[in-house]
Design a protein around this ligand. Structure first.
Ligand SMILES: NC(=O)c1ccc[n+]([C@@H]2O[C@H](COP(=O)([O-])OP(=O)(O)OC[C@H]3O[C@@H](n4cnc5c(N)ncnc54)[C@H](OP(=O)(O)O)[C@@H]3O)[C@@H](O)[C@H]2O)c1
Length: 321
């Protein structure tokens, strides 16, 4: 089966690509990663043209999204254009060509203040980004697609920029003090784990057996505040070795409340997703987010070392010429 990944050069796309390189994985399907430039989901004509020239596409993973939560408040049109209209364009194309659609959504569509929400829990999107994502979901839910899956996830992070994990580590290089909120509680999700879940579903054909079309919560296990998450990132950061040297972290982290940050977009105080539904359909074991974070730190170290070595080799070449 040929699978298209839209927004394939974003964080989740990178993690998916890496997860597919696992030598223990037997990959029977073909994955095509398309960047924003390769395929703009807001341009219906370009989707139609792509599918005209590639009629063998049987599945689309939509990782494309407008993800800047604060910018979305002032750029409502742009956020809805990608997260709602873009999804509608994909739905229309998938209906026309009978293509299976996997779409990624967010915990921010749920009502704030819930310590456990399942897929039936009321939606009440908290900001413009969340409203645009909910609109995108509704295009899929109200469609005539034969196979569709909405995976709601939360606090997606990875070794690839630009997310909470990389921002905390980057800030540690430049600032002595960091202020992080204690009154936003959620579940960090390592993007690599979400990618592995999707690969597991596709490569084992669960979409044709146990996994019915519908909405699924797919977050990391356990919960924490942004402050706890940042504190764990920093303590893990002390052990990171770049080209044989420990990275220097001299940062002290201070707890603050959301109102002190004055962010453009409102954030929820607490949303914890109950992932039981997906676990009942797909036999995967999921670790606590603390262990996933350790894994991400290891992969971050590998990635940065690889880049530094490349830079060194390039620099060496320039010196010689
Ligand atoms: N990050 C989180 O904390 C979080 C939490 C919950 C859910 N999610 C959801 O998880 C999914 C993956 O997020 P992510 O963190 O991987 O986001 P990301 O790194 O921002 O990747 C999104 C990708 O979509 C591309 N894109 C934007 N507009 C597009 C368009 N019109 N057509 C095609 N591609 C377009 C972007 O390309 P350019 O950068 O070149 O524009 C980018 O490569 C998204 O649906 C997001 O809403 C994220």
């Amino acid at each position: 089966m040929k699978i298209l990944i839209t927004g394939g050069h974003g964080q989740l796309g990178h993690c998916m690509y890496d997860a597919l390189q696992n030598p223990l994985l037997l990959v029977n399907n073909e994955y095509v990663f398309l960047s924003h430039e390769d395929l703009d989901i807001t341009d219906k004509g370009s989707i139609d043209r792509y599918l005209f020239y590639h009629p063998d596409v049987e599945c689309i993973l939509n990782f494309a999204a407008y993800t800047n939560v604060d910018y979305a408040e002032d750029n409502i049109y742009d956020a809805f254009k990608v997260n709602s209209l873009g999804v509608k364009n994909l739905v229309d194309a998938c209906e026309e060509h009978d293509i299976m659609l996997f779409h990624i959504s967010t915990d921010y569509v749920y009502k704030d203040g819930l310590l456990s929400c399942n897929e039936e829990t009321e939606c009440d999107p908290i900001n413009i980004y969340a409203q645009s994502k909910r609109d995108g979901e509704l295009h899929i839910i109200n469609s005539n697609l034969n196979h569709w899956y909405i995976f709601r996830t939360s606090w997606l992070y990875s070794e690839y920029p630009d997310n909470f994990f990389t921002k905390i580590l980057d800030n540690c290089k430049y600032y002595k003090d960091l202020r992080v909120v204690t009154d936003e509680i959620g579940s960090p999700t390592y993007a690599r784990r979400l990618a592995e879940l999707i690969i597991c579903i596709i490569e084992n054909g669960y979409y044709a057996t146990t996994l019915k079309s519908g909405i699924y919560n797919t977050s990391g296990n356990g919960m924490c505040s942004r402050y706890d998450f940042a504190a764990n990132i920093i303590s893990g950061g002390y052990n990171i070795n770049i080209l044989g040297e420990k990275i220097k972290i001299k940062t002290t982290i201070y707890p603050i409340k959301q109102e002190e940050l004055n962010l453009k977009a409102k954030r929820p105080h607490c949303i914890i997703m109950d992932n039981k539904k997906i676990y009942s359909c797909v036999p995967i074991s999921v670790d606590h987010w603390i262990y996933d974070l350790q894994d991400c730190i290891t992969n971050y170290e590998k990635l940065v070392n690889h880049k530094k070595l490349e830079e060194k080799m390039l620099f060496g070449k320039f010196n010689r010429s």
